[in-house]
Ligand binder design. Sequence first.
Ligand SMILES: *[C@@H]1O[C@H](CO)[C@@H](O)[C@H](O)[C@H]1NC(C)=O
Ligand SMILES: *[C@@H]1O[C@H](CO)[C@@H](O)[C@H](O)[C@H]1NC(C)=O
Ligand SMILES: *[C@@H]1O[C@H](CO)[C@@H](O)[C@H](O)[C@H]1NC(C)=O
Ligand SMILES: *[C@@H]1O[C@H](CO)[C@@H](O)[C@H](O)[C@H]1NC(C)=O
Length: 447
Amino acid sequence: MSSSSIFLFISFSFLLSFSLGTARAASAKLPSSPRALVLPVTKDPSTNQYITTIWQRTPLRSVKLTLDLGGKALWVACDRAEYVSLSYKPALCDSPQCKLAKSRSCDNCWDGPRPGCNNNTCSSVVYNTIERSGQIGELATDVLAVQSTDGSNPGRIVRVPNFLFSCGSLFLGEKLANGVKGILGFGKSATSIPSLLSSALGINKKFALCLSSAKGVVFLGDGPYVLLPGVIVSGPAARLTYTPLLINPISTVYPVIRGFPDQSWPSMEYFIGLESIKINGKIVPLSPKLLKFDSKGYGGTKISTVEPFTVLHTSIYNAITKAFTNAISKVPRVNPPIAPFGTCYKASSLGSTRLGPGVPSIDLGLNNNVTWMIFGANSMVYLNNSEVLCLAFVNGGKNVRTSVVIGGHQIEDNLLEFDVVRSRLGFSSTLLGRQTTCGNFNFTSKV
Ligand SMILES: *[C@@H]1O[C@H](CO)[C@@H](O)[C@H](O)[C@H]1NC(C)=O
Ligand SMILES: *[C@@H]1O[C@H](CO)[C@@H](O)[C@H](O)[C@H]1NC(C)=O
Ligand SMILES: *[C@@H]1O[C@H](CO)[C@@H](O)[C@H](O)[C@H]1NC(C)=O
Ligand SMILES: *[C@@H]1O[C@H](CO)[C@@H](O)[C@H](O)[C@H]1NC(C)=O
């Protein structure tokens, strides 16, 4: 379509919707708007990071990024030679982009002009949650492209012309997996990828993570989401269970640089309300205080794609370990266990089931009176050439900021739907029970 015909089309739809009334106008979309987008994910075996690929710049090139569920925004390396693009635009001081990113700075750069180094631009703090570090980077926009989906296969590539991101530097990135050039944040901020794609393309501010130990998928926007062999994992057919997403009133991002983030802002991470844990049907005694936020934002339960295994406050860790080992006290333990885990068994002494190693399930009782059952495939991890199986929970110590950080291994092959607008998490429990896995999205495009 030429630009004049787009203009004509827009004015025509405007007239049409005008005559049909405002209710229609609100939902009117260009016919080419996608309903959903899809991102491929792989797990890097040496770092346990979940890695996705987007397309960016002019000419378009693929960029590998580590996925950070609670991350603020997209940041990519703008080191010299790393970043080449004809469509790079720095965000000028006081522009709407600076306001969206809550940046109040205005900087000059003596080493440019080049991507990441321009005069009269605002900057943004770039977080590397893997390293727990931060740096200041120029805020900018460039073309971003992702694949649309009908839910079953990828469709055409959708371009967003001015996608906001931060320019970082790879000097911080040593702990990022090989080939990774930045971090893609899905957090509850105005600059995260779900927020920006939702406002640019009119898709629902909702996304679903489906990670696995090899290949996985992220959907953005409305379902259906379908995995081979034709298993619908969204909507009523998927029988997802819902629990509210909670707001931790205090920011959980570190470090604080130039007063960012302001500690009075709520956390951008996804918290849920864990009320109880049962193992083998028996309540595990836990301190209720640790399960709630205190006035400084400590406590509570969040989901993280950056922690490879669930990290627990020491007292919760001890209580779970005790209940679990008591429940299978007849099975001999391997001593010493393999760090960082504290409880290991010979794999051959535990049976195997459709849902992984045959161990008692760990049942998380969540707000809304719902239960997230964690079966062997998610509670145990194979080590030493699959000869040893360890309880895949890590002792985080007594000073952890968040008492329960549900990590990557525990959410693999579970579909998690984050509905930001309705502020709820839908979860499937293990898909192994439905004869599919998160590695089963059909990435072959329909032509
Ligand atoms: C920024 O402005 C200064 C003068 O104020 C100039 O010396 C410098 O080259 C400029 N840098 C860029 C990147 O344009
Ligand atoms: C919670 O769910 C259980 C089992 O589904 C039910 O027996 C119980 O009455 C429910 N409790 C509340 C408070 O809804
Ligand atoms: C795991 O493998 C390492 C290296 O081969 C070995 O030293 C260790 O004893 C093994 N641990 C267990 C619990 O089998
Ligand atoms: C994946 O999708 C393609 C394109 O629709 C189709 O030809 C192929 O048969 C599908 N693969 C499987 C395993 O169903």
